[in-house]
Design a protein around this ligand. Structure first.
Ligand code: ATP
Ligand code: MG
Length: 377
């Protein structure tokens, strides 16, 4: 049976993704309970109720399970014991099993390979004896911590096996070591899979990174339909393999010789899917809500070409705010800010979706905005 407004929805995690989910759900008349230990979490202030407690806090978890019709998560690193406790008395989507795969790069890459999908060639490094296999990798390679990496954190580029040996010693935790791919481009597919196992994909985004962090996403992606179909098919197979319910993002590399490789998955709405807020009738956050509530997907078609620009803390002047007045003068620039009090270098503070008649014009708007915001910071 579908979960309809004004039911209560629970979400674990109150960062920007939780905030945008909360906003979409409340807009549709649902009540939202956010669990996040940070009293100033971006989602907390928009929630119907903010439980300011640790993710393992039994009384907060029990209160959420008692009040909510369904519970979802904002990030993959929710403690498994919290999900287990909730799942005893309330549906939780995505499942603890799906999150467990996405939490660990070794498990994730093995899972993707077992589905017959290509990834960049890699080895796992979990104990010193694994170092004997360092010569099985083509260099340069990238060493990545198996858990808790995001925005390029916990990654070391290694020119040779000796550098990988040193990097592994430095990181001191289980890692993957993967071949550095000569990239033609990066793509992502954001999809929703419902309780009956049907998946629907948003149009592909083409993603550009700066300093290991997503900088700009462009839609439509500059790829032919055959490659787009291959990416959608791979993403759908991953969702099916996880028996996934909710929104799932799959990041891809396209190598300079045209091969499509799966980079990683994110069991939630994704930064590269933010364009959907303004360029599609149904946003990725509304899709997440619809999927976990047993509702059909909305209209996911692209209504207009778009370019999304991430706003990192680096753009903030020492005192005050960036020049929002100038941003808001641009008719087709849609500003989204996350309400974070402290701007730090590399911290995601907001984003702007630029809509235009063509992808090229949307990209030009983003370049214009970047120059404007950078010169004033
Ligand atoms: N094997 C690789 N070859 C080439 N580039 C890579 C490789 N691995 C990572 N990168 C580059 O670094 C970026 C971040 O890597 P990855 O997605 O693994 O990290 P992350 O920390 O999980 O990032 P996020 O959570 O922001 O997606 C990639 O989008 C890509 O630009
Ligand atoms: Mg990534």
């Amino acid at each position: 049976m579908a979960i309809l407004p004004p039911s209560w929805i629970g979400i674990l995690g109150g960062g920007q993704l939780g905030r945008m989910f909360t906003s979409a759900a409340r807009e549709m008349g649902y009540e939202v309970m956010v669990l996040d230990p940070d009293p100033h979490s971006p989602a907390g202030s928009l929630a119907s109720e903010h439980l300011c407690a640790d993710y393992r806090d039994p009384s907060a978890l029990d209160r959420m399970a008692a009040q909510c019709a369904v519970i979802t998560t904002e990030f993959e690193n929710i403690p498994a014991e919290a999900l287990d406790r909730l799942a005893h008395s309330c549906p939780v989507h995505p499942s603890a099993d799906a999150l467990a795969v996405a939490q660990n790069r070794i498990r994730e890459k093995r899972f993707i390979r077992e589905l017959g999908l290509p990834t960049s060639p890699f080895i796992s490094l979990q104990q010193d004896s694994d170092l004997q296999r360092l010569d099985q990798v083509v260099y340069p390679a990238i060493l990545k911590t198996a858990t808790l990496g995001y925005d390029g954190k916990g990654q070391i580029v290694c020119a040779d096996a000796e550098a990988a040996r040193r990097g592994y010693a430095e990181l001191g935790v289980p890692c993957v070591l993967e071949q550095k791919i000569d990239l033609a481009l990066e793509l992502s597919v954001v999809l929703g899979r419902d309780t009956r196992g049907r998946s629907r994909c948003f149009p592909l985004a083409e993603n550009r990174h700066a300093g290991g962090i997503l900088d700009v996403s462009l839609v439509p992606a500059a790829v032919d339909e055959a490659l787009a179909a291959q990416a959608r098919d791979a993403a759908t197979r991953i969702a099916d393999g996880l028996d996934y319910i909710g929104v799932l993002a799959v990041e891809f590399f396209v190598s300079s010789d045209g091969e499509l490789l799966v980079n990683e998955i994110a069991p939630r709405p994704h930064n590269s899917g933010h364009f959907t807020q303004d360029a599609c009738h149904c946003s990725q956050f509304e899709l997440q809500l619809r999927m976990i509530c047993g509702l059909p997907a909305g209209n996911l078609q692209l209504q207009t070409p778009a370019a999304m620009l991430n706003l990192l803390g680096d753009l903030w002047p020492e005192q005050g705010e960036p020049d929002w007045a100038s941003v808001l003068e641009i008719e087709d620039a849609c500003l989204h800010l996350y309400g974070k009090k402290q701007a730090r270098s590399g911290r995601k503070m907001g984003h702007i979706n630029c809509l235009a008649a063509s992808r090229q014009q949307a990209e030009q708007s983003v370049e214009h905005l970047k120059r404007m915001l950078q010169t004033r910071s």
